[in-house]
Design a binder for this molecule. Structure first.
Ligand code: MN
Length: 128
């Protein structure tokens, strides 16, 4: 069975790029255009991984992560932050907020599959 990745991204071009790469890699892709929509879709059917844009209209990626972690059905699902921020502090902020990984835009078409495989191989998110 294919692994399913939920992509929460409000930018259509970024969403298309991510979808194209992921589908090519054999993943099933579920799309959400806002944090609210992402929470609903994740709860309805927990994915194997979430890619979360940090800058979203309304609820941002940090707030969406907190909601995902408070949902017992979804809390073990690894969540990877995706952001155009390239500052070192932003990466640290994302990881300390509890994201399981961090991808900087522009997304690396070559690097993404390996990055996601590594995160999936690390297994479910565990609170420590
Ligand atoms: Mn965005």
């Amino acid at each position: 069975m294919s692994r399913r990745i939920l992509v929460v991204e409000d930018n259509q071009l970024n969403l298309k790029l991510l979808r194209d790469i992921l589908v090519l890699q054999g993943y099933d892709v579920v799309e959400a255009h806002s944090g609210e929509e992402g929470l609903e879709l994740a709860h309805r059917r927990p994915p194997d991984l979430v890619l979360m844009d940090l800058q979203l209209p309304g609820m941002d990626g940090f707030e969406a992560l907190r909601h995902l972690r408070s949902d017992p059905l979804v809390s073990p699902v690894p969540v990877v932050a995706v952001t155009a921020f390239v500052m070192k502090e932003d990466r640290e902020r994302a990881l300390s907020a509890g994201f399981d990984g961090y991808l900087a835009k522009p997304i690396s078409v070559r690097g993404l599959p390996g990055q996601l495989e590594a995160i999936l191989a690390a297994g479910p998110h565990l609170e420590c």
